[in-house]
Design a protein around this ligand. Structure first.
Ligand code: ADP
Ligand code: ADP
Length: 234
């Protein structure tokens, strides 16, 4: 059973630039799936179509349908999708640099979350990311790249999503940090049943943690298979 079912999605930017040309992607409930492919292939656009962030970039879905947990979300507002449990960690690890990690997590909490619930969620996040826990009261702008990426993921987790989408979390990080962050993502997936859709240019690292992947080239899916099959093909 799929938590996400994207069927033949086409996206146009500025009404003229066809960025993806009929992409279909399924994420099984509790699964971990990677979108791989080179720069400009259409991976980020695919994530934005799912989270509803196209509008801000003058993009729109011109064909196809996206279902989340059985509900058609193709035209749904981005905020509504967040409330439904879709969370998108955009490329570039955006955090509030003048706030501490702790304050960043508070700021990311959904409206109406109680103090005690927030504190439970924070403890859980700090348990998963001990490096972040150590820096919880430092200014986020002074954190290392890896710590900022952990915080960006923590900000997503505080909303308790059922689908976590990550855009190039490994970008610019040392290999040991990529391994550490990917290992934690895999742990969260296993322990919480969180479904994950991971966009990566670093295919080798991604294929270590996902069960299946899609290779996207020039706006189309050119290969879909298990991590094992994709590894032997790359
Ligand atoms: P990837 O994430 O695989 O690097 P993108 O989804 O960012 O690829 O881009 C797919 C295509 O859409 C590229 O040709 C890119 O130049 C184009 N594109 C991306 N964003 C925009 C935008 N806001 N306006 C116009 N074209 C865009
Ligand atoms: P990286 O090479 O991973 O970016 P850095 O060498 O910049 O890491 O930093 C190493 C450690 O020192 C990290 O834990 C980082 O958060 C901390 N750090 C870096 N700059 C500052 C600073 N100006 N004030 C406080 N801590 C800092």
């Amino acid at each position: 059973q799929s938590i996400l079912s994207m069927n033949s999605i086409e996206v146009l930017y500025d009404n003229v630039m066809l960025a993806i040309k009929g992409v279909s992607v399924q994420v099984p409930k509790g699964g971990m799936v990677a979108l791989l492919g080179s720069n400009g292939a259409g991976k980020s656009t695919t994530l934005k179509a799912i989270s509803g962030l196209l509008k801000a970039e003058r993009g729109h879905i011109s064909r196809g349908e996206i279902k989340f947990d059985g509900t058609d979300i193709t035209e749904m507002l981005a905020q509504k999708r967040v409330e439904m449990g879709i969370c998108h960690v955009i490329e570039g690890r955006r955090v509030f640099e003048h706030l501490t990690p702790d304050e960043n997590l508070t700021a990311a909490a959904p409206m109406g979350m109680s103090r005690s619930e927030l504190s439970v969620q924070k403890d859980k996040i700090y348990d998963y990311f001990p490096r972040l826990a150590e820096r919880r009261n430092s200014q986020a702008g002074y954190l290392s790249g890896g710590e900022q990426q952990m915080l960006a993921i923590g900000r997503a987790l505080v909303t308790q999503p059922s689908l976590l989408m990550l855009d190039e979390p490994s970008l610019g990080l040392a290999p040991f940090l990529v391994a550490e962050i990917f290992g934690i993502l895999q742990k969260i997936n296993r322990e919480e049943g969180l479904s994950v859709l991971l966009v990566e240019q670093n295919a080798l690292a991604a294929l270590e943690i996902v069960s299946e992947g899609y290779l996207i080239e020039n706006g189309r899916v050119v290969m879909h298979g298990t991590a094992e099959a994709l590894k032997s093909n790359s």
